[in-house]
Design a protein around this ligand. Sequence first.
Ligand code: OGA
Ligand code: ZN
Length: 417
Amino acid sequence: MKTVEIYIAVRASEGRPRPVAPGGAPGVARFVCKTNPSEPSTMASVRLSSAQPAGTQSLAIAFSDGSEAVYSLMWLLDSCPEGFHPQTGERAFDLLSVPDALLLRCADILSDGRLELQWEHEGPASHFSADWLAAHRPGTPRADAAIVTHRYWRAADLPDGAPRHDARAILNDDAALMAWLVDTKKHGLTIVHDIEGKGEASMAIARRIGFLRETNFGQTFEVINKADPNNLAYTSLALALHTDLTNQETPPGYQFLHCITNDAEGGGSVFADGFAMAQVLRDSDPQAFETLARTRIPCRFFDRECDIRTHQPVITLDATGAIQEIRFNAHLVDIIDLPIASVDAWYRAYRAFMRLTRDPAFRLSFRMAAGEMTAFDNRRILHGREAFNPATGNRHLHGCYVDRVEYDSRMRMLDRT
Ligand code: OGA
Ligand code: ZN
């Protein structure tokens, strides 16, 4: 970040900065920013913006790199670092303690270089460093170490399989942990190898990231062939590609499946990038894509102890229209309750997406070995398995989840150190 120093300079004709009367003329107070006060050529101004909504004022700040930003006075008051608790960092400022129409009384540059704004309403002055103003130009999102560009993939893009990371390195080395988190977010899927020990060992790796997400299946779960299953995963049947717990208001973010034993016949794993498939649908059949993104459908899981339901779309987009989440689990789709006018269009779209999940070009198939763990974004990557024959041996996976927000928090904390 470029360091910009702000100091006040008033044109000779204006004298010292004087109070700006209510409704006062724009340009009365004038500030100058420059990277080096002894170099007048780098000067740029800070002035009252000429585009003032009636009864209000805003500040236009021209930075020494030639850019200019207009700051809303309400935003300045609400964002002023002094309005935040010094220890907790939470906002303590009460937005309704100031009038609707804000007016500046005067602005000054203090000897420490900070901009001071005094207000017509009763209340403390606000102070801003030039660096802070430069870093918080309106509309600038905060820098975020958790942002990783997704690399969409098909099977052919991963000729060596999913990227592999060493368990001991992840457990003992923060840089290795960060590298794994970045890779898992980028591709949506990685394999952790050489996990020593059974269930608790993989949980320790997941806990390196954050809290485990508890669900109705517990904080961790055993994927084994059970005598009295409440979930198809707990049988020896094949599982078509799916994401887990689409019936939850927010399905679990990252999923970890640690292979304890896999010596039965069958039981191979399959993964596919739901974002890549959704993008293909968007390009090839935009109407189907829109239908899946716009239509909320009912999803439900129920057993003897719970009945958890939600209505959500198969494809969720973020505010920019980017694909943010895939919810795809044919086993958990409840009886479709769409009106007759839209039901067939939805089935056409859903079947088009489902057909893509069967296309081998998207499917990465491999056999998990004991001591390996797949780590994947359950809201992006679809996973499944072949049927296995429990008469020929055992198959046992130990699973848990960590939500996306916890995951992102760990990335930011690792970046902070
Ligand atoms: C699950 C699941 C996959 C497998 O438990 O949700 O999809 O390989 N398991 O058994
Ligand atoms: Zn699953």
